[in-house]
Design a protein around this ligand. Structure first.
Ligand SMILES: [Zn+2]
Length: 246
């Protein structure tokens, strides 16, 4: 398919910009683009949503934690590349909108709209990044879309929570439990169907802990959503993958 004039102009601007500020693709290292055209195309194909189950709750994700999706997420999350939010938001859009639809269909006559809840980041992580990366992704995913759901930050990490990466299973489980409902959000979550969102699901320990906290507060986790699923540490009873069209 031939490029549109707008796309050709955009490519020309990026070529000129690369002359002044040399850059390379975060996924493959090719010169002159933050994320090259080949990797962008790999990122947005196939247009599918991955469906799993975690303790009986449907969990929708965009794909596996690998390739360009992984590279772009790592750059966005750990390298301050906030410019990737639109690209990643576009990847989160299909699973998130499907999840909101599922949550709404589950209780069609519910008086309360479902609530989109993001997993909390540790305060140190937010300070380092300068943004709440999951809230930025959800906002980018929903930009210009009508999703019949509310959004609120209702979870917080509790004292002693550290990053999950590199922890042994028992320590990971203990660390994951350091999540609580904000006191000010208790009334909002009561009786509400929740769409719980994280960036990566590994063992599911954090999602499980958040679900428990939400359900103790009288909410019901209807669907879980993640940008990606890390396949290798799937020994947590998450069944073999199945794919559904978005
Ligand atoms: Zn590339």
């Amino acid at each position: 398919m031939a490029d549109s004039p707008a796309r050709r102009l955009r490519e020309l601007m990026l070529d000129l910009s690369a002359l002044v500020w040399p850059t390379s693709c975060v996924a493959c290292g090719a010169a002159d683009r933050d994320c090259c055209r080949t990797c962008r195309e790999r990122l947005s194909e196939p247009p599918e949503v991955m469906s799993r189950e975690l303790d009986g709750v449907t969990c929708l994700a965009r794909g596996s934690y690998e390739g360009p999706l992984r590279a772009v997420l790592v750059a966005f999350k750990h390298d301050g590349r906030v410019g990737f939010s639109a690209m990643l938001g576009a990847e989160l859009r299909a699973p998130l909108l499907s999840a909101v639809r599922l949550a709404t269909e589950r209780t069609p006559r519910a008086l309360l709209a479902p609530l989109i809840v993001t997993m909390p980041s540790r305060p140190a992580g937010v300070r380092r990044r300068g943004y709440r990366h999951l809230d930025v992704l959800v906002a980018a995913a929903l930009r210009g879309r009508r999703a019949p759901a509310l959004r609120a930050r209702v979870l917080r990490t509790t004292r002693g929570r550290i990053g999950q990466v590199g922890l042994r299973a028992a320590e990971r489980e203990r660390n994951a439990r350091r999540i609580a409902i904000k006191r000010s959000a208790r009334r909002l979550v009561r009786g509400r169907d929740i769409v719980l969102v994280d960036d990566i699901i590994t063992t599911g320990a954090s999602m499980r802990a958040a679900r428990e906290a939400l359900e103790q507060a009288g909410a019901q986790v209807a669907v879980m959503v993640a940008l990606c699923v890390a396949e290798r540490q799937d020994a947590s009873g998450v069944p073999a993958k199945s794919r559904v069209k978005s």
